[in-house]
Structure formats: C-alpha cells, structure tokens
Design a protein around this ligand. Sequence first.
Ligand SMILES: [Zn+2]
Length: 71
Amino acid sequence: MEENSAGPIKSRAKLFPRCSICGLIPERGIRGGIRLKKGFICHACEKDIVSLTADTCLYEERKEKIKALIK
Ligand SMILES: [Zn+2]
C-alpha cells in the first residue's frame, strides 16, 4: 500500500527535474533545460551562464557548479 503512493512521486520527479543551479523545476520539465551527467540546468540558467562574462565572480561560481555536475 505504501508503494502505491511512492510510485507517482517517483515518475513525477523524473518528468520534472530540478535545476541544479537555481533549484527550480522548469514548467516544461525535462524539455525546459539540459540534462547533465549528475544534474540538470534549466534554460533560464543556461542563458544566464552564456551571458555572463568570465571576469565576474558569478561566472566562476556557476562554472564550479557545472563542473561538479559533469564530473
Ligand atoms: Zn535554473
């Protein structure tokens, strides 16, 4: 009986991954971002990273997070 309630939650988590950077779940689920080896990045964060220049500390911070995800 316990298994019954755990099932839907599991599949929902698969469909709607949480962004490893901002911690949000994109509205479009897996289509709303990129899947990495160990995580997921939503399109908003992807855009953010692309628009950041290498000399900002935010860039370094994001870069480290992504590095950890694709290790
Ligand atoms: Zn994000």
